[in-house]
Structures are given as structure tokens and as C-alpha cells.
Design a protein around this ligand. Structure first.
Ligand code: PEP
Length: 252
């Protein structure tokens, strides 16, 4: 059985004060949740205070990005050593916004995935097609390219610590969600691909999250699919109440 993982990606939102207030509210709302792993990914500037606020709670800390070197002359970058030091357990890698605006490629994603694993954290590696790619019938081709390129050189043991987030770019922040069937089709494809690349056993253990305009109203239908093991939530994770409702999808 794969434990669902619901993670909130706050993107470039929340000052320190706002971030702490949000997790203080969230902690109370999800205190009774046991069978869903919960994580929040605040901006770098709020990681430390949020880590302090989360102590003793059932919410894990995630970062939104990382550089692959441990230290050195890389002005402006944040290393995996620093994230580990803050208590991060997950790191989002290769989000489509980073691919689109910051030149992230499969090669840099792969380096980051390996750096996160090397330091005992778990990468949440994002993959997904753009609207024009879906319309051109290239969804599986693009997803395969992201999966194969991002995971190159990993052992089976390392792969089992990776979470994959399937995030169709056309569904991110647009209010347009993939239907549960559209998402399931791609999740199943990814799992079959992992079985070919690693083994059937490893593929069965890897969690594949869906991301793209998840809301309290649509999470249950997505989670009912056999290969959807959680969600990466953007906009709806910025309010404690809506994120808590998504975390408690089993009540919907
Ligand atoms: C995301 O940023 O990963 C995301 C899925 O955003 P949203 O939920 O706002 O579409």
C-alpha cells in the first residue's frame, strides 16, 4: 500500500508572518490525520520559521527548489546541505514554472534529484505536457522524456525514495483540472515506464502525485484512481481551510 502524499506548493507567496500564521491554522485542522502524509513547501525565506512552527506536528517541510552542489561560489543558490539542516524532508524539483522561466532542463533536474537523494531527502520530481503538446497527441512522449531524463542513473533503492508529480502544464493555476480518467491514463503510463526502467516491484512502491488546479471539490475523484497517490497543490494550499479539506479527501 502506498501512503498518499499531499503537498502544498506555496510558490512565491507569504511573508514570514503570513507563513507562520498559515501553518499554525493548518496544524490544528489536520492534527487528527493519520493515513495521509502532509507536506508544505514555503518560499526559502520562510523555511526556518515554518520549521520551528511545525515541530511536533504531523506536517513535513518541503523546499521548492535546490541547487546540486553542496557549497561554493554559486551566488543566490541554496544547497541541499542547507535544506537538510533546516529539516526539509522533501524538495520539489523540475516544476514547470522552473522549466519555463528559469531554463530548467532534464539534465539539471537529474542533477538536483541526485543531490536531494544524496542528502537523505526525497525529491518530488514534476513532469507534464503543455497544452499544445497534448493537442498534438504528444503527451506520453513528453512525459516519457521528462521521466527518463530526470531519473537517469538512479538505483532501484534511490528510485523508491522519489515521488513523481504529474502536472499537466495546462492545468496549473488555470482552474482547468485534468479529469480523473485523463490523469489516471498518464499515471498508469508512468508506472509502466518505471517498471521497464527499474522493476515491477519498484514501480509499485513509487508514489505518483497529480497536480493542476486541485480543489476540495475535485480531490476525491482524483484520489479514487488506482495510480494516483496524492496531490501537489498550488493555489488551494495558500489557505489553511481549503488545504485541510484536500488533505482530508476521504471525508468528501
Ligand atoms: C503547482 O504549482 O504545482 C500547482 C499544481 O498549482 P495549482 O494547484 O495552483 O494549479
Amino acid at each position: 500500500m502506498r501512503m498518499p502524499l499531499i503537498a502544498g506548493n506555496w510558490k512565491m507567496n507569504k511573508t514570514v508572518g503570513e507563513a507562520v500564521q498559515l501553518v499554525e491554522e493548518l496544524k490544528k485542522l489536520v492534527a487528527d490525520v493519520k493515513d495521509v502524509e502532509i507536506a508544505v513547501a514555503p518560499p526559502f525565506t520562510a523555511l526556518y520559521p515554518v520549521a520551528q512552527a511545525l515541530k511536533g506536528s504531523n506536517i513535513k517541510l518541503a523546499a521548492q527548489d535546490v541547487f546540486w552542489e553542496d557549497s561554493g561560489a554559486y551566488t543566490g543558490e541554496i544547497s541541499p546541505v542547507m535544506l537538510k539542516d533546516l529539516g526539509c524532508q522533501y524538495v520539489i524539483v523540475g516544476h514547470s514554472e522552473r522549466r519555463q522561466y528559469f531554463g530548467e532542463t532534464n539534465e539539471t533536474v537529474n542533477r538536483k534529484v541526485k543531490a536531494v537523494l544524496r542528502h537523505g531527502m526525497r525529491p518530488i520530481m514534476c513532469v507534464g505536457e503543455k497544452l499544445e503538446e497534448r493537442e498534438a497527441g504528444k503527451t506520453m512522449e513528453v512525459v516519457k522524456d521528462h521521466v527518463v531524463g530526470g531519473l537517469e542513473g538512479l538505483s532501484e533503492e534511490e528510485m523508491e525514495r522519489v515521488v513523481i508529480a504529474y502536472e499537466p502544464v495546462w492545468a496549473i493555476g488555470t482552474g482547468r483540472t485534468a479529469t480523473p480518467q485523463q490523469a489516471q491514463e498518464v499515471h498508469q503510463f508512468i508506472r509502466e515506464l518505471l517498471a521497464e526502467m527499474f522493476s515491477k516491484e519498484t514501480a509499485e512502491r513509487v508514489r505518483i502525485q497529480y497536480g493542476g488546479s486541485i480543489k476540495p471539490e475535485n480531490i476525491a475523484g482524483l484520489m479514487a484512481q488506482p495510480d494516483i497517490d496524492g496531490g501537489l497543490v498550488g493555489g488551494a494550499s495558500l489557505q489553511a481551510e481549503s488545504f485541510a479539506k484536500i488533505v482530508k479527501f476521504y471525508e468528501r
